[in-house]
Design a protein around this ligand. Structure first.
Ligand code: RNT
Ligand code: ZN
Length: 419
């Protein structure tokens, strides 16, 4: 018997003692897909021929060697990252990553044909796909307003773009037989005091209504809206605020996206989950780590990420919450960043699934509140790491520590050759 199996036997018995069947937890865990964002691989640059540089509130700092420069390199890097991340996976794409074969294709011209090769790739990697519009890093986004622009030409351009992205999402969903989450985040807003706040929001509402007037089966596409408190150059005013999108989503039966880097630092997304669940169709999570002005540091196994997963598990809401990552760090090995963030998220989910919820709830319901707090504290030192490493082994992915060497090897063999 390998030592990990021996250790697992002990952990299994330990958790069985508090009413948790670890085998069952692991077979549930492997089916919960993690939606991994593709843009960590190339600093949100994309492969368009337009030459428009990243912008519109998006900024990746750092210049680590080996950025993926084309579709082949990006897919190669994602495959490497996927091989180090256990469980079911989706890839989260933007239209700027289309297979344009060297042609200039503007955002209002993108079509299914540019994304067939991604669907093929996803199929052969047993992955699903999520999708977004890209209403930033473009000459028609420079005014700071897109779907909420007062300029009809600009607005119509982005409505057309968003509609096409949704059509492509429907294609991904039907082709892969897994719903594609179509997530809208727009940069729209202003650096300074704005008087037309309501006006822009009314325009955005109309644009969204127009985009969603096309109906697609929900087994293919689920629409979601992502807010932000403030962004680079939209410090004073953001059209797509949390309140605006939450109201829109509840009224129109859409999903809400919570990006953990998009709120005030003292606000907790974990608290928002059970608050919106009674009303919302579903939640998409962009797990990230906000640090001061930056909303996109690599996700780590923080109390908040664990608490987010705990709230999902306690509420038994895994079928309504879609878990994804969203960060970009160009200053470290990008594959290493991806894997660190993704493994942290799955670890947090496993941690939450191993919590003896019914036991702790019993204490809660009977008013034995020191025991509720005490047992919650004790969960922190239970043999969770052993279950995690056993799971990695089961999934044919390296255990903790071992994956780091894999990234170093890849850096030497592949990234160093990209000059
Ligand atoms: C930006 C949002 C958005 C983007 C991606 C590229 O602040 O978080 O989700 O990160 O769509
Ligand atoms: Zn996000």
């Amino acid at each position: 018997m390998k030592s990990i199996e021996k250790h697992y036997e002990y952990a299994k018995e330990y958790y069985a003692g508090i009413g948790i069947d670890t085998d069952k937890v692991l077979s549930k865990l492997e089916k919960i897909p993690l939606s991994i964002h593709c843009w960590q691989g190339d600093d949100v640059a994309g492969f368009e021929e337009s030459g428009d540089a990243p912008g519109g509130g998006i900024l990746a700092t750092g210049n680590f060697k080996g950025r993926a420069r084309n579709l082949t390199e990006l897919q190669q890097d994602i495959e490497k990252a996927f091989s180090l991340i256990p469980g079911a996976k989706k890839i989260n794409l933007h239209p700027i990553y289309g297979d344009f074969k060297g042609n200039k294709v503007d955002r209002n011209e993108i079509a299914i044909e540019h994304f067939k090769s991604w669907a093929d790739w996803a199929e052969s990697n047993s992955a699903g796909i999520d999708f977004n519009p890209t209403p930033f890093s473009h000459r028609l986004a420079e005014s700071g307003y897109t779907l909420s622009s007062k300029d009809k030409n600009i607005r119509d351009f982005w409505i057309e773009h968003t509609k096409r992205c949704r059509e492509i999402s429907n294609y991904f969903g039907s082709r892969l037989k897994k719903p594609c989450i179509f997530n809208i985040w727009i940069q729209d807003g202003s650096k300074d005091i704005t008087l037309s706040k309501l006006e822009h929001r009314l325009i955005l509402k109309e644009s969204l209504d127009e985009v969603f007037s096309v109906k697609y089966p929900e087994c293919n596409v689920l629409d979601s809206l992502e807010s932000k408190l403030f962004g680079l150059a939209s410090e004073s005013y953001v059209v797509g605020s949390h309140e605006f999108y939450l109201a829109y989503a509840v009224k129109n039966n859409k999903l809400i996206t919570f990006d953990t880097g998009h709120f005030h630092p003292t606000e907790l997304v974990s608290d928002k989950i059970p608050a919106v669940l009674p009303y919302i169709k579903g939640i998409m999570l962009h797990l990230s780590r906000g640090i001061r002005w930056d909303s996109d540091h690599v996700t780590i196994l923080s109390d908040e990420v664990i608490n987010i997963m705990r709230e999902i598990v306690i509420a038994d809401a895994i079928s309504k919450v879609y878990i994804g990552t969203d960060f970009f760090d160009a200053s470290i090995n990008r594959i290493g960043a991806w894997v660190t963030g993704a493994r942290a998220v799955i670890k947090a989910l496993l941690f939450a699934m191993l919590e003896p919820v019914s036991l702790i709830k019993k204490y809660e319901d009977s008013g034995q509140l020191f025991a509720r707090l005490g047992l919650l504290e004790d969960t922190k030192t239970m043999p969770f790491g052993t279950v995690w490493n056993f799971y990695c082994n089961l999934q044919d992915t390296p255990q903790d520590i071992a994956w780091i060497d894999e990234v170093f090897k890849y850096e030497k063999k592949v990234l160093d050759a990209r000059i």
